[in-house]
Design a protein around this ligand. Sequence first.
Ligand code: SAH
Ligand code: SF4
Length: 354
Amino acid sequence: MTDLYRILPEEMDEIVVKLGQPKYRAGQLLRALYHESPRKMSDLHQIPSAMRDALIAAGYTIGSEEEVSRVVSEDNHTTKLLLKFDEQTLIETVLMQYSPSQDKTHPRSTVCVSTQVGCPMGCVFCATGQMGFEKNLKAEEIVSQVLHFARILRKRGEHVTNLVFMGMGEPLANYDETVRAIRLLTHPRAFGLGQRSITISTVGVIPAIDRLADEDLQVKLAISLHAPNDELRKRLVPTAGPHSVEDLISAAKCYFKKTGRRVTFEYALIDGINDSTKIASELARILKGNGAHVNLIPMNPTAGGFSRPARKKVLAFQQILRNGDVNCTVRVEKGSEISAACGQLRTDMVKNIR
Ligand code: SAH
Ligand code: SF4
């Protein structure tokens, strides 16, 4: 069985011809898949039934996700879904909406996708890391998360405008499927989202960052740094092992040189752990002159016992970086009251209560 949502347009051209159909049917099929996002083959009304039958006979299917639950935040801006692909594949995915700016009629609608069930990296402050690693998602399962929200938005006359790989899992530890999903979601003959509207967030798998820089992609990269030195970083990211802070900064520079896209450093700010003024000065020192951008994420509560610093401390940390000539913003967090914010996604507990 092969899901049509993993087939790249060039591959679709070949499949259609192999099935004895005229080549233009590939375009029709792709348009139907990505503009109408049907749930099953029989919903592909634009395609002649003989071709639908041929696709089914050749083992092709369409999507397989089932929405198990939906939680919407009180302000209506954040929606968290629990999606099930099969018994072993349950993941959370989130939609964040921002009010339209004056010149735009549609709100910015950012989908935050998962790339793995659980995560092998084990960051001590992250709920996904604490559930361990179960499996990699396939490209079609990543694409289906976006299409699921696209269907919901279409009913309201809206559409997906941005995509962040900041859900469950480490996207660069599932490199091939993540890149395939990005190609499908950005291909003008498939979903057609702008490459520049996509951000991949990584804990810092350096060989994969280098590989990504060599793809013909214009996606934004965010590296989760969390500490200015290796000793502290290894306490927070136990798998940081071979990748030193210095190497991560070099990899970011290299990415910028090759792609022209500046890298953002994400920094989860944890009370009493990595938020002192001394650490802020050290961070400013190592990032100065890099053109680096730091995005502070005040820690979202998880079961790990860590907590978020007081607002005053967050602003003081930001100010030290700014005084050190490092561009720094504080992330406007969405969805923490429905456990949909950074680092709060986990599905093992959900499985246990079902
Ligand atoms: N694995 C990737 C992407 C998913 S995590 C990565 O680590 O970058 C997305 C972001 O959420 C990362 O910057 C991560 O450090 C951050 N994060 C994880 N747990 C968090 C928590 N409890 N509070 C705030 N941010 C958290
Ligand atoms: Fe994995 Fe990212 Fe969570 Fe670390 S922060 S455990 S890399 S999902």
